[in-house]
Ligand binder design. Structure first.
Ligand code: DQA
Length: 138
């Protein structure tokens, strides 16, 4: 089974960025833990701050992988292009968010990913990604 985690803008700063919202752990450390925990799957990771690069990656792997775990970060709330890419590809996408976007500003309540996502996992901290992997394994 091949699963990829795709993170959008500013998530390369996890551990340093607003730790009261996003926690103290950087994503590379967390990703290494996940890889060790699920050695029987191919788990890949991609991060970009650039909308078009995220769309390119979704198109590149979206007919090949078994699952995509997508945290499009701020683009979740703005990007019709990423939403359309999620709709265009065959691989199921689970939308994840570290924080509970619904308990934050109203502009974070809107998602262009959700209508075409297989499911949504929101607000469990980095644990959101682990829950998404577990859901693909079920
Ligand atoms: C986020 C929530 C978004 O609203 C925000 O822009 C992010 C991170 C989260 O994982 O909680 O950058 O996607």
């Amino acid at each position: 089974m091949k699963i990829i985690i795709i993170n959008g803008p500013n998530l390369n700063l996890l551990g340093k960025r607003e730790p009261e919202v996003y926690g103290n752990e950087n994503f590379e450390d967390y990703f290494n833990k996940l890889s060790n925990e699920f050695p029987f799957i191919t788990l890949d990771y991609y991060q970009s701050n650039i909308e078009g690069e995220l769309i390119n990656k979704l198109q590149e792997i979206g007919f090949d992988y078994d699952g995509i775990i997508l945290n499009a970060a701020a683009y979740t709330h703005t990007s019709i292009g990423i939403g359309d890419a999620v709709k265009a590809i065959k691989t199921p996408v689970i939308e994840v968010h570290i924080s509970n976007t619904f308990s934050r500003e109203t502009f974070r309540h809107q998602s262009y990913i959700s209508p075409n996502a297989k499911g949504i996992i929101v607000g469990f901290g980095l644990e959101s990604y682990r829950l998404a992997i577990q859901s693909f394994l079920k």
